[in-house]
Design a protein. Structure first.
Length: 429
């Protein structure tokens, strides 16, 4: 077998492969064996035809074609292995010459895992933000906790800011109800500014049982194109007005919130949790920033096939997240005023490229630094997942598959590689 290699780019390769009799003859025997299994010859059961008999009864054209297919399949795999090429897709094979029993010549073209040239990964800059928790942040959490323990009492008086109301409403544009503008028994806290400007103000001063109109205009920058700046009328029925009574912030309140004997203990615990959260966020930012610096300092050719695969993954994850919010991708794109092709070519493709670059550069760094996940570490991580998903037997079963365990091992190697990157750049004075 003769192989000629041509790199079409940093991410694409083309091999020209020539086979002679020494490769075609064994391929012909394999091909005849395959064809004999489905051959029907009088006096022999299907699949039991002797090779000598099969050779006399086989179609020459079928045998030549099967020989070529088998020879090509074997030769392509051997050629890519010999050239130390990791193909990222099934090679595109084109036959340029075939003389049955004598020779065959063909090309095999594919995108390949590129060579990554690492930058100086030991001279990156770590910028740590000071982790501080302001008293106002603690107070904000306390107020949310007060709201959770608030008592709601039905009242017959007119509604005012701070009250919770239960309303029915129908929104109409040009006397026609529009999508998303109708609801029944909707809970709305007045003064929360959760509706478009003017709506909550229109409910203030009304009493339970009243029906009234609230004319207003949607903002010019509203996320639905058909309602931007539109003049509409909401017909509202005020079913209930509930007065919200917040508890006093005292030691009794603190005891309701957890194992605390005083407000001071409660606030200290809130501050501790906020500090831990901000510390984790700060550490994550440091890690992300180091990876971004490493990408910028390195030469990382990006194969299109990897960008396409990652783009599909990002799009699928995004659609699942939207579904959890009761939205579809079309609804989201309409709210942003962009079409799908533009969204894919900008936001999705850019994110996909960054993910691929990060994966390639960290994979190269893990090789250079000889970072691995040993069997004990892998077993411990899998055991953690088993406990985490104990109530999801289908997920626990998936953890036993070799594919899932390889993915977990790769994830651990990536984590350890970023840890190593942080360690190397934290030692600098």
């Amino acid at each position: 077998m003769k192989i000629t290699r041509k790199n079409l780019s940093d991410t694409k390769v083309k091999l020209t492969i020539t086979l002679g009799k020494e490769e075609l003859e064994p391929a012909r025997e394999v091909a005849l064996s395959k064809l004999a299994k489905d051959m029907k010859v009088e006096g022999f059961r299907k699949g039991k035809v002797p090779m000598a008999v099969a050779a006399k009864n086989v179609s020459p054209e079928a045998l030549d074609q099967q020989t070529l297919d088998d020879a090509l399949s074997k030769a392509v795999a051997e050629a890519f292995t010999e050239q130390d090429i990791r193909a990222l897709e099934r090679p595109q094979v084109d036959v340029t010459k075939y003389v049955p029993g004598e020779s065959a010549e063909f090309t095999a073209e594919a995108e390949m895992l590129p060579e990554v040239k690492l930058g100086d990964y030991k001279k990156l800059k770590i910028e740590k933000a000071d982790v501080k928790v302001a008293a106002s942040e603690v107070d904000e959490i306390v107020e949310r906790m007060r709201a959770n323990f608030a008592e709601r009492k039905d009242v017959k008086r007119a509604a005012k800011n701070g009250d919770e109301t239960v309303i029915d409403f129908i929104g109409k544009k040009d006397d026609v109800a529009f999508d998303g503008g109708t609801a029944k028994d909707y809970s709305l806290e007045l003064g929360s500014n959760s509706f478009i400007p003017g709506f909550e103000e229109g409910v203030v001063g009304k009493k339970p049982g009243e029906e009234f109109d609230v004319p207003l205009s949607f903002p010019d920058d509203y996320h639905v194109d058909t309602l931007k700046g539109a003049k509409v009328v909401f017909t509202v029925t005020l079913n209930k007005v509930k007065e919200i009574a917040l508890p006093e912030v005292d030691d009794v309140f603190a005891a309701k919130c957890g194992p605390f004997t005083s407000v001071d203990d409660l606030k200290k615990d809130i501050k501790r949790e906020l500090t831990e959260r901000k510390t984790r966020e700060s550490q994550d930012k440091v890690r992300d920033n180091l990876v971004e610096q490493l990408i910028s300092a390195s030469t990382i050719p990006v194969p299109n096939v990897l960008i396409e695969d990652q783009s599909k993954s990002i799009e699928q994850d995004f659609q699942q997240n939207l579904a959890g919010q009761g939205m579809t991708l079309d609804m989201y794109l309409e709210s942003k005023g962009i079409d799908k092709d533009k969204w894919l070519d900008t936001e999705v493709k850019d994110s996909a490229k960054k993910r691929v670059q990060a994966g390639l550069v960290l994979a190269e760094l893990s090789k250079v630094e000889k970072i691995e996940a040993n069997d004990q570490e892998l077993a411990a991580r899998i055991d953690e997942y088993r406990q985490q998903y104990a109530s999801r037997p289908e997920i626990v079963k998936q953890l036993e598959s070799p594919e899932a365990q390889r993915e977990i091992a790769n994830q651990m190697i990536t984590e350890k590689t970023v840890d190593r990157l942080v360690e190397l750049n934290s030692k600098k004075s």
